[in-house]
Design a protein around this ligand. Structure first.
Ligand code: NAD
Length: 367
């Protein structure tokens, strides 16, 4: 692939993995290939100081392999900090499968992917992400124990998305309290971008509390269904980010806060489920801070799902899952207060806490 884009004489100038912008001292990156099933996957293991690297598998039609690698690197890094800030004894990992989940996913491909996960002997534990279902985790479980998020009938904690949505809702309420002085969502205008597994459940919490919810998705059927079910308004304009709302909730894919959008955003709070919402966390996080927009760090408020699958590993029940997820409210307030006091972005504030926990554990481990 490299030879497709540069002259082979220049190959020595390229650092295709360790030189990627999104490479952040990852411990291991595994490229998985199987001709018979058509599997092409990348597993990123960012950091295992706190425990085995746990993170979902995403199946997506990437434009090219660089995009897939970049996603695996960015997502696995995010998982390290998500587990750390949530107080879980887990490291950060994530896998991507290159392909269209609707047309290219087969049981054989899932099982082959499971075999690659198994070959890592538990250093990486998989779960579901975009393009994957609980039933896929059940299939993977037939070839490896290093999988979570199986269906409840298989002894798993089931679909993590409702818990993720509940955590996002908690984080959003906390961010509103910080920004507007109240966490009451009644009549708050919220734009939910992406109404899939998490987005729909978030819409339910918000409409239950009386918020005015506007929904956007690339799938017209889902828009129709969710609008009908919860009375949410379908976004009709052509300038989504400029929409005059109180809260913007990115619940589709990452990097929607970027050079093209960051100055258009009218919302005063950003709180959503998507991973890696800031295209560049330093640049775009800073601009949001300067514009007086409260950004609830994604890896903090979308941790409900990982709390749910962690319960499967640790054997704790629903009540503890809910308690830990509700605590996202307090942690979000703490991080936002800390960012204000130290004049740093909310993302930096959250990263600092996560990094300190990892550094402390590293010290303990080397004693
Ligand atoms: P999903 O695939 O069920 O839903 C994503 C939705 O976004 C789909 O309805 C899709 O049509 C829509 N979408 C895609 N591109 C879009 C675009 N450009 N504009 C508008 N809508 C678009 O995924 P999910 O499980 O709901 O996850 C949503 C996000 O939250 C992802 O970024 C995922 O990584 C993150 N996340 C999910 C969980 C979880 O428990 N499922 C946990 C943590 C983070």
């Amino acid at each position: 692939m490299i030879s497709d884009i540069i002259n082979s004489n220049d190959l020595h100038k390229v650092n295709p993995v360790f030189g990627q912008l999104s490479f952040d001292e990852h411990e291991q990156v595994v490229f998985c290939n199987d001709k018979d099933t058509g599997l092409k996957a990348i597993i990123g293991i960012h950091n295992t100081i706190l425990g085995p690297a746990l993170g979902g598998t995403r199946m997506w039609s990437y434009k090219n392999e660089w995009e897939a690698l970049n996603d695996a690197l960015r997502l696995s890094r995010g998982m390290t900090f998500k587990a750390a800030i949530t107080g879980l004894n887990l490291g950060g990992g994530k896998a991507v499968i290159i392909g269209d989940a609707r047309t290219q996913k087969t049981p054989e491909l899932m099982k082959k992917f499971g075999e690659f996960v198994h070959s890592l002997s538990g250093k990486y534990i998989t779960a579901e992400d975009v393009g994957m279902e609980t039933s896929d985790m059940d299939l993977i479980r037939t070839v490896t124990p290093y999988v979570t998020g199986m269906s409840e009938s298989q002894g798993g904690a089931g679909n993590p998305s409702p818990i993720t949505a509940y955590g996002v809702y908690m984080g959003m309420k906390a961010a509103c309290k910080f920004q507007f002085g109240s966490d009451d969502m009644e009549d708050r205008k919220v734009l939910v971008q992406g109404i899939g597994h998490v987005g729909e459940s978030l819409v339910e919490h918000l409409t239950d509390e009386g918020a005015q919810v506007i929904i956007d998705d690339i799938n017209p059927e889902r828009l129709y269904d969710v609008s009908k079910k919860y009375g949410a308004t379908i976004y009709q304009g052509n300038s989504l980010y400029s929409e005059q709302v109180d809260v913007y909730a990115p619940c589709a894919l990452g990097a929607t806060i970027n050079d093209d959008t960051v100055y258009n955003i009218k919302a005063k709070v950003i709180a959503g489920a998507a991973n890696n919402q800031l295209a560049n966390e330093n640049i775009h996080g800073k601009i949001l801070q300067e514009r007086g927009i409260t950004y609830a760090p994604d890896f903090l408020i979308n941790a409900g799902g990982i709390i749910n699958v962690y319960a499967e590993l640790e054997g704790y029940g629903k009540q503890e899952i809910i308690r830990k997820t509700e605590n996202i409210f307090n942690t979000t307030i703490e991080i936002l207060e800390n960012s204000k006091a130290n004049n740093i972005t909310s993302n930096e504030s959250a990263l600092n806490i996560a990094r300190t926990r990892i550094a402390d554990r590293k010290k303990e481990n080397t004693k």
